[in-house]
Design a protein around this ligand. Structure first.
Ligand SMILES: C[S@@+](CC[C@H](N)C(=O)[O-])C[C@H]1O[C@@H](n2cnc3c(N)ncnc32)[C@H](O)[C@@H]1O
Length: 391
């Protein structure tokens, strides 16, 4: 495909997204229908679409309106590229610019539009992040780095780096965690490498790794990942100590890939049916990696930024409180309850931890920590609790 044809495809996918479609199925559907598109084309179209979603408001301002065509026009103007070079009307290219398009567009207004946030969210970000809110919002407009977690059961970080380098994947250690590598070249080929297929590395952001590193994992513990999903944290915990690992999720289908991932990582994980974790408890450590706004990871899932509403955020807050209460009841008397989010919003982080302590008087906070997008990872939060001792 020519660069112009890639832009035209992105325009069509963005129009379908703006009409209410979900972006991943739209991209997958296009790739399936378009046998002529090679892996480079698919990657380029995906990059155009995701960049437009991260910068939706500012690109629409620069392009003159909210449409696929205006978004790509805005993207080119933001990158100071001449749109006329691609909007040529040649075969598969976008039709030439109209006079109105040529004259239209304006710089994004300072504030939420320029920072590519919904209006209602900017004050919340400012309350949560103070003077860093604008810098964090600007990082959310960019593409996320790719991080790997080295499975230290199978290789140390240097050996994993060497193996990856042999297959053309260039990495450097990331300071967030002892196990973290940042990928600089070959990110799209990782799943095909021997190191990945044989379980030596997993894709996982550095902050998630660091949060697991901060858990008090010791050999012999019984550990429950209460919101296990695909099992990223389950596997990271299993690699840190010889623990009995249990995974649970309210939606069992979310754990579909976990057995295969565990096999690759040479770990054993007991999958528990929804609502049946109590039959296997209590646990020395219960981790709740709760459903949240995902605001710390909006570079990877930028649609989330535009789907979130104040009502949904309030609903998530109640879900988080309910999960914490349930998970507390599964924690052994001298056990630890860990709460994680990939959010930068205080209402899901410290305020949620405070709410738990207010509503559950027998517990105290052991630690509380957040990771910032400014340090090159996703935004992430961890609070740990244990029971107050009565003497
Ligand atoms: C942030 S994701 C977990 C990601 C996962 N820990 C990982 O590292 O790949 C949150 C998960 O919580 C699950 N969930 C939602 N409500 C729940 C509940 N009431 N009890 C347990 N799990 C729940 C969701 O199905 C989702 O898989």
């Amino acid at each position: 495909m020519t660069p112009a044809a890639r832009v035209q495809t992105a325009i069509e996918i963005l129009d379908d997204y703006l009409a209410g479609g979900a972006v991943e199925p739209l991209l997958t559907g296009w790739a399936r229908r378009s046998r002529y598109a090679g892996s480079g084309d698919r990657a380029a179209v995906r990059d155009h679409v995701f960049s437009a979603l991260r910068n939706l408001r500012s690109f629409a301002a620069l392009g003159g309106t909210m449409s696929g065509r205006a978004l790509m026009l805005g993207a080119l103007r933001a990158a100071q590229q001449d749109p006329e070079a691609l909007f040529t009307g040649a075969r598969h290219a976008p039709p030439p610019l109209s006079g109105q398009e040529r004259a239209g567009g304006r710089p994004p207004a300072p504030g939420a539009e320029e920072l590519d946030l919904p209006d209602w969210l900017l004050p919340l970000m400012e309350r949560s992040l103070g003077a860093q809110a604008a810098s964090v919002a600007r990082i959310l407009k960019q593409r996320a780095p790719v991080h790997l977690r080295v499975n230290t059961l199978l290789a140390d970080r240097e050996a994993a780096e060497r193996l990856l380098r042999d297959e053309g994947i260039l990495t450097t250690p990331h300071p967030a965690a002892d196990t973290a590598l940042e990928v600089h070249e070959g990110a799209r080929r990782i799943r095909g490498t021997r190191a990945y297929r044989e379980g030596l590395v997993e894709l996982q952001d550095g902050a998630s790794q660091a949060a697991v590193e901060a858990l008090p994992l010791r050999d012999g513990m019984r550990v429950l990942d209460f919101c296990a999903g695909g099992g990223g944290k389950t596997l990271a915990m299993g690699a840190r100590a010889r623990v009995a690992l249990f995974a649970h999720d309210a939606d069992a289908a979310r754990m579909r890939d976990l057995p295969e991932r565990a096999r690759r990582a040479r770990l054993e994980v007991d999958l528990l049916a929804p609502g049946r974790a109590g039959e296997h408890g209590p646990f020395d450590l219960v981790l709740c990696d709760v459903p949240c706004s995902g605001s710390g990871a909006w570079r990877r899932s930028p649609e989330g930024k535009w789907m979130l509403t104040p009502e949904r955020l309030a609903e998530l807050g109640d879900i988080q409180a309910t999960i914490l209460r349930e998970a507390a009841s599964l924690t052994a008397p001298d056990g630890v309850l860990a709460y994680m989010t990939c959010s930068v919003l205080d209402c899901e982080n410290s305020a949620q931890a405070d709410r738990f302590l207010n509503e559950n008087s027998g517990w105290r906070r052991l630690s509380c920590r957040s990771w910032s997008l400014l340090d090159g990872t996703d935004g992430f939060f961890l609070a740990q609790f244990d029971r107050k001792t009565t003497d």
